[in-house]
Design a protein around this ligand. Structure first.
Ligand SMILES: Cc1cc2nc3c(=O)[nH]c(=O)nc-3n(C[C@H](O)[C@H](O)[C@H](O)COP(=O)(O)OP(=O)(O)OC[C@H]3O[C@@H](n4cnc5c(N)ncnc54)[C@H](O)[C@@H]3O)c2cc1C
Length: 395
């Protein structure tokens, strides 16, 4: 079977779904192809922090009603070390900016609902997806759906298929440069049915390793502890996880963590990764397909939103006037923000985790840095403005 659209989008994560929605609002047709089923992607628990700018993009696109009803707006975070908490106040350090805690799977649900409301093509459970002729003006995506082989002819292909997708591989090795760092630790994360004990996220630096306290709703907490990258989840019964969380998060003034049944647990490796350029011919990569950050800076989903905002604007200019200058500048525009977020995520990760190879020198530097961040207005401002998200840049 042969189909045709203007923009073929591979992947229905936050990047692919939001791009399809922004294009629809600009009167541009697209087809979204996803290899998982709807239920799977609507239940996949991942990121949960939205920068102010990402909230603004979703609001302007008309898909943030539930986000504004159910999301939790935060005006600061806490850094904990040496048995004490130190709040970084966003309002004090940035001009009234904030973040919203709202699960990535909720963003995905809202975007799928919006897409289906206007009957936008969104095909789940596709297989054998491949892209071809990306360096011509007539690229195509081939795939199998409902047992039928399909060729989707497009003007442009958006590779929004995440880190393990196929689109990045369509850029020749002679063109693509990859920059990567794999960290010597991972995060063991749990979702627990326990009411939050604290209103804001807590990033804890402790001799036993990093811990993060966060929440997804007034009933559900999301907690992480630093573990070895090769750690087996089977070695972590719930009681051991809670013991580590208590030890790493609790403070000398008696703050206590509330426990509850563990609903989900898993281990995620930590990696920084950037593939450059993010475009080749008529193929444009967006989100995790092009870059990965360790989650310490809460930037993964936010970068995906920033990429597709840029791509949607460039495609809108292209279809309105035939001009290709904004499209040509796509990779350069995105990479400036990506590398800033890569630096911030690496910096937060390096400051807050125990490094297994450390002989004590690194620990002293980390404590000096943490003391500086909580005492210096300039250092706290730097953390706060990066955390809430820097302004978008247009080409
Ligand atoms: C386990 C985990 C935990 C994370 N936790 C955090 C966190 O706490 N904080 C944070 O900021 N970030 C976190 N991230 C990162 C964040 O979730 C990502 O940055 C975000 O999902 C990027 O969105 P995306 O749309 O680019 O990619 P994805 O969300 O990965 O979406 C890509 C989509 O493409 C689909 N796909 C893949 N291959 C194909 C194919 N061949 N054909 C069709 N479809 C395909 C996938 O099924 C998926 O639905 C986490 C990531 C992971 C993996």
């Amino acid at each position: 079977m042969r189909m045709r659209t203007q923009v073929g989008i591979v992947g229905a994560g936050p990047a692919g779904l939001l791009l399809a929605h922004l294009l629809h609002r600009a009167g541009i047709e697209s087809v979204v192809l996803e290899n998982r089923d709807r239920q799977y992607i609507e239940q996949r628990v991942r990121a949960g922090v939205l920068e102010q700018g990402a909230v603004d993009v979703l609001t302007d696109a008309g898909v943030a009603d539930r986000l504004h009803r159910e999301g939790m707006q935060h005006h600061g975070i806490e850094l904990r070390f040496g048995g004490q908490g130190h709040r970084i106040d966003f309002a004090e350090h940035t001009p009234g900016r904030s973040i919203v805690v709202y699960g990535q799977q909720e963003v995905v649900k809202d975007l799928i609902k919006a897409r289906l409301a206007y009957a936008g093509p969104l095909l789940f459970e596709v297989s054998d997806v491949a892209v071809r002729d990306v360096d011509t003006r007539t690229p195509a995506i081939t795939f199998t759906h409902d047992g039928e082989q399909v060729e989707l002819a497009c003007d442009v292909i958006a590779g929004c298929d995440g880190f393990h997708g196929i689109c990045r591989q369509a850029i020749p090795g002679s063109v693509l440069s990859v920059f990567e760092r794999v960290y010597p630790f991972a995060w063991l994360g749990i979702l627990a049915k326990a009411p939050p004990t604290h209103d804001e996220l807590i990033y804890a630096y402790h001799e036993r390793g990093f811990a993060l306290y966060s929440m997804r709703s007034p009933e559900i907490t999301r907690l992480y502890v630093q573990v070895a990258p090769e750690e087996d989840i089977g070695n972590w019964p719930d009681a051991r996880i809670w013991e580590e969380l208590h030890a790493r998060l609790e403070t000398d003034d008696g703050w206590k963590l509330i426990e509850g049944p563990v609903l989900e647990k898993g281990i995620t490796g930590m990696r920084s990764f950037v593939a450059e350029p993010m475009q080749h011919g008529r193929l444009f990569l967006a989100g995790d397909a092009a870059h990965i950050v360790p989650p310490t800076g809460a930037k993964g989903m936010n970068l995906a939103v920033a990429d597709v905002r840029t791509l949607a604007r460039a495609l809108t200019a292209f279809y309105a006037s035939g001009r290709e200058d904004a499209l040509a500048a796509y990779s350069r525009t995105c990479l400036a923000r990506v590398w800033r977020a890569e630096h911030f995520s690496w910096w937060m990760t390096s400051m807050l985790h125990r490094f297994p190879s450390d002989d004590g020198f690194g620990h002293k530097l980390q404590r000096a840095q943490l003391d500086y961040v909580v005492k210096s207005k300039a250092a706290a401002t730097s953390l706060a403005e990066n955390y809430v998200g820097l302004p978008f840049a247009d080409p």
